[in-house]
Design a protein. Sequence first.
Length: 276
Amino acid sequence: MGLPTRRFAGLALGALLLALPAPAAAAEQAPPSCAAQRISSEGRSIPFDAGEHADYQVRLGGVPVGSGSMRILGLADVEGNPTYHARLQVSGGIPLARVDDKFETWIDTCGLFSRRFKQDQKEVRFRRNRTYQFFPERRAFRRLDNGETGTLPTDRPLDEVSFLYYARTLPLKVGETYELHRYFKDDGNPVLLRVLRRETVRVPAGTFNTVVVRPIIKTRGLFAEGGEAEVYFTDDERRIPVLLRSKVPVVGHLTLHLRSYRAGETRLADSTPDSL
């Protein structure tokens, strides 16, 4: 959609148990019904699929300084539940102000909520590496990196990256604000998705009619308040993020410009089962 730093995570459009062992490697499986039918349990059309791949040019004040990508790597099994394994990655910057972030989410293919979220951030002098395993049915989570456990405020949790994918299923009518009480940390709720305007933008991949959304989460992370994040989705049924803009501390305004896009098609298994 980001860009990722504590403020976008920096985007935008951060990220995102109970004595159970770490999840096993993704197992091969038949495509789940929701993924196959392209309809979520909420009855909304799913505009993305496993194998979708968007590459971005990262710019700082209009100057190319790196690269980024948003990918759905494949379908993965998480505790017996089929998920889309998605990754948002950004690398670039200037000397003494570098960003190297990777955010991964495992999105339930029917409910379109997160079942696992991993953050690996290196931003200037800031470092963060943590992995959350969610148990939505019990409203519980466990951090796999340190064993911390806690409760979820919802049985349909979303992290910063899964919010980007979930937003693509919404009508996104200009002037409307979507208020969602689904962030996995209670103090981040409600998440606001403000649909600001329509705008035609030119990026390396071409010229697109877009609908511009400002996501706001009341915590430090992807879509943080004050980060001025904006996500430009194509104004069609695909809702492809073609431009992501955010204000990054120290670095300044960082943007991701779509360079190339490849639509997905359902795969049987996660292409990177050992990512944890």
